[in-house]
Ligand binder design. Structure first.
Ligand code: AHR
Length: 309
């Protein structure tokens, strides 16, 4: 695309890598996925010898906006961030644009209509992830003529992965009239949130067949609630999650989770490549989609020994 502006003083050509400064505004530390993502980004920049200023917004948009404004004030060369929610970014992105600082979105999208506000969006196709979860369920219950009662543990309200994973899943399961989402509530992508919401679901719904959790952590919280209620996760209630972090994969290997859709947190090297390309005056793709797979129990057992995060 033509929207990629080179960093620094364009007359002076590319900056040396050890002169570049990148500001990264992270969502928080809500999940195992997020911790792995932070670690991967920090080590990729350290390996590349590029200075990274890092901030943790504790899942609050106002904190992220503050961090971005402070990066603008400090005159960093590039800003990258993973937006907590989709809406409400135009003002601060316009400020970055006015300051001539290119912005890269990682992991999550914004809903801005003006695509000139960011150079590139690097991350997963969350709708596809939801579809993969739904497809597994369609296959798993292909021979059932009984109703299948599903409860959904949603991610952070307004976040791209929560919106898109719900949408992709709903579209898929609509292909079979037996499927019904009987309850759906946010667990904010945390283990504690997943546990608490699942406890409430179990109290008000005696007949839950399936949990669809928007991430592993909420699924792991749900497992605790299901076991505390005297039921067997993976058998009495089937569980599908998204991410495939180590703890999730272990639960899948143990038969407590039944299927995981992968969402890769390893975005660091690709983000560094984008920054280097822009610094060299090159252009980058507007949308870079992360490659991902899915895991059954057997596949989790096989993959676990080499799992990095
Ligand atoms: O945006 C990616 C999502 O955010 C991950 O699936 C979830 O675990 C994290 O908190």
């Amino acid at each position: 695309t033509d929207s990629a502006a080179p960093g620094g003083d364009s007359d002076a050509g590319p900056k040396a890598l050890d002169e570049l400064v990148v500001g990264f505004a992270q969502v928080g530390a809500e999940s195992g996925w997020r911790t792995a993502n932070t670690k991967d980004i920090q080590s990729a920049f350290a390996d590349a010898g590029i200075e990274l200023k890092f901030s943790d917004a504790q899942q609050k948009q106002e904190n992220q906006i503050k961090a971005i404004r402070s990066y603008i004030q400090q005159g960093v060369d590039y800003i990258a961030f993973s937006p907590v929610v989709e809406t409400g970014w135009d003002a601060v992105l316009n400020e970055a644009k006015a300051a001539g600082i290119p912005v890269v979105l990682t992991d999550r999208a914004v809903d801005s209509q003006d695509e000139s506000l960011y150079v590139s969006f690097l991350g997963s196709d969350f709708i596809l992830e939801g579809e993969k979860a739904g497809q597994w369920l369609l296959d798993e219950y292909a021979d059932t003529s009984e109703p299948v009662n599903i409860v959904q543990l949603e991610g952070t309200t307004g976040a791209a992965p929560a919106i898109d994973r719900a949408e992709g899943f709903a579209e898929k399961i609509a292909e079979n009239d037996n499927f019904q989402v009987i309850a759906s509530q946010t667990g904010d992508f945390t283990r504690a949130g997943g546990k608490q919401v699942m406890e409430a679901f179990l109290k008000s719904n005696p007949d839950i067949d399936v949990v669809y959790a928007h991430n592993d952590d909420m699924g792991l919280g749900a497992i605790e609630a299901i076991e505390a209620a005297g039921l067997t996760p993976g058998e009495d209630i089937k569980i599908i999650t998204v991410d495939a972090v180590k703890d999730g994969m272990q639960a899948l290997a143990d038969g407590k989770i039944n299927f995981i859709v992968e969402c890769s947190p390893l975005l660091g090297d690709q983000l560094v490549d984008i920054i280097k390309t822009l610094n060299d005056g090159g252009t980058v793709e507007k949308r870079i989609v992360t490659e991902e797979t899915t895991f059954t129990q057997e596949q989790a057992i096989e993959a676990l020994p080499d799992r990095q995060y």
